[in-house]
Design a protein around this ligand. Structure first.
Ligand code: GDP
Ligand code: IMO
Ligand code: MG
Length: 429
């Protein structure tokens, strides 16, 4: 039995958290490998709802959890999250949480920049989560980021802060943001250091030890393929690679270690923030799906845009992310709709496309070609067995499977931990 990598295959919020939690029961280690506290992964256990932004969802099962080098980490947000979930009864100690020494920090100045740029962009804004994720990744690839290992080296830290501010001061002046002083940044970091350093270690070694001990690892993706900085609807994307290929680089393991790639796919489509969305429904059906699916952002509370299932988009995600199988989530939200539509191609002028083109103007101009499929009046909510699904729902799932070219391994039917139908065990490939 091997490892499993979980990624979102649409625009995020597909239900990755729930699926990871369900799989984590049989895993030894859970690792986040990209993104930051722009993610919001929800897990419902009985009457308790956990919302994880930086903590790997494995902590809900008490599993060894790793925040990998590929994640950008806002340490204040991490400490708040730890305090919050400890208040819900989870124990987050250095025995269960490892934070990569090589991970880059998200600082208040990154949040400032994110907010100021979005405000300046007006109607052209990206609709970011405002968490400073983009600016933090810019500093990482610009080789001027502060990393967790730097917190234990006060002498070097001062020079690093100077270098960082040499880049940020002119940017801040241009955006009418107040000057920040090196002393202020240093004192913020000195204050936080003793609280986070107990978790910091070479996290790749944790994973190397786990591999040598034959332990099973679950790689937890955040965001989704269509938000990937290379493969998504650029520039309306996040600032990291979200595809399964990133799981190895972002956690410090080889590409063969990432195992079975499980793409999480909602039974319809949602998107939060700006950007192209060919199958968006701006009518009462979209409204109804949003209400039934409780489609409000976990991180920012924003209303998510809703639309029909886009098989073209998911087929593309399956290809670029090497998806072996899919967990089809939130099937229950479609209960009671008389007719469903699935997008099977795009029209662009007089051309028919079977993929989403890379250019923004083409992405914005494509119109969906729909296939209609009969809905069901029966209830799939909380179904745990394939036999409990009405024939029309089975037909819908099978049609999606055919169109996206990947097997459906799991189907989920409610927010609750145990409401999952398993058709194929991802750990067994
Ligand atoms: P993630 O970012 O991919 O982890 O997804 P989110 O947690 O942001 O959003 C998914 C939402 O759908 C959460 O509120 C989940 O509790 C909920 N959810 C997950 N699976 C199902 C399902 O099968 N049915 C329903 N009705 N809700 C679900
Ligand atoms: P999870 O892991 C949905 C979106 C934002 C915005 C764009 C860029 O919960 O699925 P950023 O703050 O990353 O610079 O914003 O990406 N976005 C998400 N949308 N789910 C997420 O995470 C998201 N993380 C970022 O709304 O459109
Ligand atoms: Mg989410």
């Amino acid at each position: 039995m091997g490892n499993v990598t979980v990624i979102g295959a649409q625009w995020g919020d597909e239900g990755k958290g729930k699926v990871i939690d369900w799989l984590a029961d049989r895993a030894d280690v859970v690792v986040r490998f990209q993104g930051g506290n722009n993610a919001g992964h929800t897990i419902v256990v009985g009457n308790t709802e956990y919302r994880f932004s930086l903590l790997p969802s494995g902590v809900a099962q008490g599993k060894l959890s790793v925040i990998g080098n590929g994640v950008v980490v806002d340490p204040w947000s991490l400490l708040d999250e730890i305090a919050r979930v400890q208040g819900q009864g989870l124990a987050i100690t250095p025995q269960v949480l490892a934070l990569a020494d090589a991970a880059a920090l998200v600082l208040p100045l990154h949040r400032d920049l994110d907010a100021a740029r979005e405000a300046r962009a007006g109607a052209g804004k990206i609709g970011t989560t405002g968490r400073g994720i983009g600016p933090a990744y810019e500093d990482k690839v610009g080789r001027r980021a502060i990393r967790f290992c730097d917190l234990g080296d006060p002498a070097a830290l001062e020079t690093k802060i100077e270098r960082l501010l040499a880049h940020h001061q002119p940017l801040r002046r241009g955006l009418d943001l107040p000057e920040v002083t090196a002393e202020a940044v240093l004192s913020q970091l000195e204050e936080i250091a003793p609280r986070v350093l107990p978790f910091v270690q070479p996290s790749w070694r944790v994973l190397d030890r786990a591999a040598k001990a034959g332990q099973r690892v679950l790689f937890e993706g955040a965001q989704a393929v269509m938000l990937d900085v290379d493969h998504g609807t650029y520039p309306f994307v996040t600032s990291s690679n979200t595809v399964a290929g990133q799981a190895a680089a972002g956690s410090g393991v080889g590409p063969r270690a990432t195992g079975y790639v499980l793409g999480i796919v909602k039974a319809y489509t949602t998107r939060v923030g700006e950007g192209p969305f060919p199958c968006e429904l701006k009518d009462e059906i979209g409204e109804r799906i949003g209400q039934r699916g409780a489609e409000f952002g976990t991180v920012t509370g924003r209303k998510r845009r809703c639309g029909w299932f886009d098989a073209v988009l998911v087929r593309q995600s399956v290809a670029v992310s090497g998806v072996d199988g899919v967990a089809l989530t939130k099937l229950d939200v479609l209960d009671g709709l008389e007719t469903l539509k699935i997008c099977v191609g795009y029209r662009l002028g007089d051309r028919i496309l079977d993929y989403l083109p890379a250019g923004l103007s083409d992405q914005a101009a494509v119109t969906p070609i729909y296939e209609e499929i009969e809905g069901w009046s029966q209830v799939t909510h909380k179904a745990r067995s394939w036999r409990d699904l009405p024939a029309a729902a089975v037909k819908y799932v099978r049609r999606i499977e055919e169109l996206i070219g990947a097997q459906i391994a799991l189907v989920t039917t409610s927010p609750d931990r145990d409401d999952v139908i398993m058709m194929r065990d991802p750990f067994r490939g």
